[in-house]
Ligand binder design. Structure first.
Ligand code: GDP
Ligand code: IMO
Ligand code: MG
Length: 425
């Protein structure tokens, strides 16, 4: 029986999932997204070209690969249309290779506006969301009010849409806002709504499928399938630094509900992490650096968001957090990204424990908070050498240090944004 492999981000997102999925795709027949939505920004680079994908799985740039947007994903039709059109202009026609699950939920224009209204209401306590409507859409899903892709083909779609929109407008008014452009990134609501419906019409030329049957039958037929995570474990709605998290289960468990496959059908779980840490948005980040070293990581690593352009917060590698993420998803193979970013550092540090409430601990506390968690570091000599196809000896030491701590082998080391800049160990 063929099994489905999974690739997950183990930190706060932006670990380089797009690059790795693209690099692994030649070994797979199907790539699927199982959660998240256009809050994701997955970058792929090759032959001097750069693509950033938000809703579409990162297998689309490999000819012949079929890509499924699974039921656990939420879709903004306007954003998805823009993505598909951008790829078409670059020479990639997805009409035969992109499938969309009927059960995936739709992000309405008013979901986006509600996201912005919620954030404004929170003031200093805001999550720093991507303002793509993620929280409100998943809220409606669990509240059993959402609209799904399959609804597009039903006669009462417009009626259902208007009903939900009215409910949202009431919520927005109750928060003290009027429906104005500032809630939609400066876009006029009526104009945006028109674009949204154009997106809906546009999507009708793509194949809507019952994703759960599609994937299980593909596995039965011996097809190789890879599930591509979005965000990272520390943003998981259950296990991340709540409430500064996204609104879906981004860990391996999310794959089963987000695609409709059984745990017994899961094969390898690839977990990817950067050789250091980054985070966008607010929330705890114990190893964050506010000094010149943090700035150097940001500049060397071009740490600016692929979706929002925001500068990413940067800091040292956090091993207790990494080990926690490995535990939550049963990671079988680790992949370390962006090792090149620190290749001129004299020394690097890694957190191996925290001091919390006067005690040393390797566990992430329930009330994780930057102010009360002081990282305890081990300092390691930098490798001070370009990687270029071969792992320098001192980088090998850094890798072994991480492997010993976490207990899972690092099989893959990435040393540049291009799809070819990798070493398999
Ligand atoms: P994702 O959301 O996990 O797919 O990651 P993003 O695309 O948001 O951010 C990762 C960024 O790092 C992108 O700009 C990639 O092109 C880049 N990148 C990926 N791997 C490497 C690497 O090994 N070295 C360097 N320097 N950049 C990398
Ligand atoms: P990829 O897939 C990094 C963060 C936001 C915010 C929190 C909630 O590219 O790794 P949301 O819009 O989801 O309600 O925002 O989660 N966030 C991400 N950070 N990478 C991402 O995706 C993210 N998706 C959401 O910055 O802190
Ligand atoms: Mg990203």
């Amino acid at each position: 029986m063929n099994k489905l492999d999974i690739l997950l981000g183990l930190q706060w997102g932006d670990e380089g999932k797009g690059k790795v999925v693209d690099a692994l795709t030649p070994d797979y027949d199907i790539v699927c997204r199982f959660q998240g939505g256009p809050n994701a920004g997955h970058t792929i680079e090759f032959e001097g070209k750069k693509f950033v994908l938000h809703n579409i799985p990162s297998g689309v740039l490999t000819p012949g690969c079929v890509n499924l947007i699974g039921n656990g994903v939420i879709i903004d039709p306007h954003i998805l249309k823009g993505e598909i059109e951008g790829l078409r202009e670059a020479g990639f026609d997805l009409r035969q290779t992109l499938m969309i699950a009927n059960r995936a939920h739709l992000i309405l224009p008013t979901h986006r506006a509600l996201d912005a209204a919620n954030e404004k209401t929170l003031g200093k306590m805001k999550v720093g969301t991507t303002l793509k409507g993620i929280g409100p859409t998943y809220t409606d899903k669990t509240a059993r009010k959402g609209l799904r892709v399959g609804d597009i083909q039903m006669d009462d779609f417009r009626e259902k849409y208007d009903h939900l929109k009215q409910a949202h407008l009431q919520q927005i008014a109750a928060l003290g806002f009027e429906m104005q452009g500032f809630l939609l990134d400066g876009l006029d609501f009526d104009a945006y709504e028109k674009l949204w419906f154009e997106g809906i019409e546009y999507l009708k030329q793509y194949q809507f499928v019952d994703g759960e049957y599609f994937i299980n039958m593909a596995l039965d037929d011996g097809k190789k399938v890879l599930a591509e995570g979005a965000q990272g474990s520390m943003l998981d709605v259950d296990f991340g630094s709540y409430p500064f998290v996204t609104s879906s289960n981004v860990i391996a468990a999310g794959v089963c509900s987000g695609l409709g496959i059984a745990p017994s059908r899961v094969g390898k779980v690839y977990g990817i992490f950067k050789a250091y840490c980054t985070r966008v948005g607010t929330g705890p980040f114990p190893t964050e650096l506010f000094d010149a070293t943090g700035e150097k990581l940001r500049q060397n690593g071009h740490e600016f968001g692929a979706t929002t352009g925001r500068p990413r917060r940067c800091g040292w590698l956090d091993l207790p957090a990494l080990k926690y993420a490995v535990m939550l998803s049963g990671v079988t193979d680790l992949m370390m990204m962006k090792s090149d970013v620190m290749d001129d550092f004299e020394t690097v540090k890694v957190a191996t424990a925290y001091r919390y409430n006067g005690q040393e601990t390797k566990h992430l506390p329930f009330a994780a908070c930057t102010e009360t968690m002081e990282p305890i570091y081990t300092e390691i000599a930098g490798w001070q050498q370009k990687i270029d196809g071969k792992i320098p000896q001192r980088l090998e030491y850094y890798i072994k240090f991480i492997e010993n701590y976490v207990g899972v082998p690092i099989k893959f080391v990435s040393y540049g944004p291009d799809r070819t800049q990798n070493v398999w160990r």
